[in-house]
Structure formats: C-alpha cells, structure tokens
Design a protein around this ligand. Sequence first.
Ligand code: ADP
Ligand SMILES: Nc1ccn([C@@H]2O[C@H](COP(=O)(O)O)[C@@H](O)[C@H]2O)c(=O)n1
Length: 216
Amino acid sequence: MSTLSPMPCIIIAVAGASASGKSLIASTVHRELCDELGCEEIGIISEDCYYKDQSHLDFATRVQTNYDHPNSMDRDLLIRHLKALKAGQAVDIPKYSYVEHTRMQEVTHFEPKKVIILEGILLLTDERVRNEISLSLFVDAPLDICFIRRLKRDMQERGRSMESVIEQYRKTVRPMFLQFIEPSKQYADIIIPRGGKNRIAINMLKAQILHLLGKK
Ligand SMILES: Nc1ncnc2c1ncn2[C@@H]1O[C@H](COP(=O)(O)OP(=O)(O)O)[C@@H](O)[C@H]1O
Ligand SMILES: Nc1ccn([C@@H]2O[C@H](COP(=O)(O)O)[C@@H](O)[C@H]2O)c(=O)n1
C-alpha cells in the first residue's frame, strides 16, 4: 500500500458582508499568484456553492428562505470537502443558481491544490470551518457602499428587481450581518478596509501565502 503523504494544502478564508469585495480580492490574488505558483496549484471555492439544496420546495417558498442565516448552508458537505482536499482527494462542488434559489444538476470537479481561497459571508461564524483554515481575512467595507454594490449586481447578474433587493436587505441581509457576520470579525487574522481594491492588503496577502508555502 502507498504511504505517500498528500501535498500541503493551505486554506485561506475571505469573509465579510455581501458585496464587500470578497470575490474581487479572491480573484485578484488568484490571478496574480497563478504566475508564481502555476494555475493548477491555486483555486477559489465560493461558500455560496454550499447553500442547501431546495429543489424539493416550490419557487415561492425558496424565495422566502433566509440566505444570510448560518442554517441556510450545508456545512457538513463543506467540511467534508475541505477535509478531503486536505487529504489529497478531488471533490465535486455543487453549482448554485441565484435565479432558481437552489442547486443545479451540474457540479464542478475540483482537484486538490496547494492554495485554496474560500470566500463567503458566513465562513468565520462556524468553529468547524475555522478549524480547517490556515489564514482568515475579513473584508470591512461600509454597509451603505455594500448595499449599493449589491443592488447593482443583483439586478444585473442575479435576476432580481429593485424592490426585491430592498425588501431582502431590510428583512434578512442587514439583520443577519449585524447578528452573525459582523461579530465573526473577531476571528479574522487580518481585517481589510475598503474592499476589493485595497492594493496594499492584496500584496500583503500574496506575500503571506508565499511565506506559508515556504517560498519567501
Ligand atoms: N473597492 C471597490 N471599488 C469599486 N467596486 C468594487 C470594489 N470592491 C468590489 N467592487 C464591486 O462590487 C461588486 C461586488 O463585489 P464582489 O467582490 O462580488 O463582492 P462579494 O464577493 O463580497 O459579494 C462587484 O461588482 C465588484 O466589482
Ligand atoms: N438564493 C440566494 C442565495 C444567496 N443570496 C444572497 O447571496 C449573498 C451571499 O453572496 P455574496 O456573493 O453577496 O457574498 C447573501 O447575502 C444572500 O442574501 C440570495 O440573495 N439568494
């Protein structure tokens, strides 16, 4: 039997409010480290892929779900996948539809990597997720700016009306941010002010990742 140990896998969590700039930070670091590490050695996983499957519910019921509460996530699956990747095994990540409010039939096949950037609003609220992470960040943009960005994005990319974005924001997004997400900032190793274009923070993050890999 082979006793080869899996390659080291560093998991970086990028948390923060919806539309604070988490995806932008993750994609910028990913693109810029691709050159140094090789694109097959670094990947991004979105926590949103782990929203619970709701295909058994009718559309009207799915719309009413509180997507900003920790219980909306399939945590067991996320943790299983993180552990598998660390053990050197590939995983099939569900694809999620913000239009249908449920998982799609397709999955994304994801091979183990040296660096995985995990981005999502609720990551740091869960102790089991925190235990799998090597380094955690909290993107700290003002809530009014996040709301403006979300309104534009959800209307352009997620099939939402202005009224629905405003209602959801009042009913669940803002209250859940204050109850769960903001308090989880205490668990972050680094807090990034202003959002996705903070160049100094991006450079520091890249340097820290290379340091963790023993490259610099
Ligand atoms: N610092 C910034 N300045 C201007 N626009 C930004 C900034 N950070 C993010 N955005 C834009 O705001 C929107 C939401 O950002 P995104 O990174 O997708 O947020 P999140 O992943 O936190 O939900 C995107 O259109 C993104 O390009
Ligand atoms: N069916 C869904 C699922 C999630 N959301 C919202 O997405 C936000 C998290 O994604 P970000 O890219 O903005 O971090 C979260 O605030 C949910 O409200 C949704 O609207 N519909």
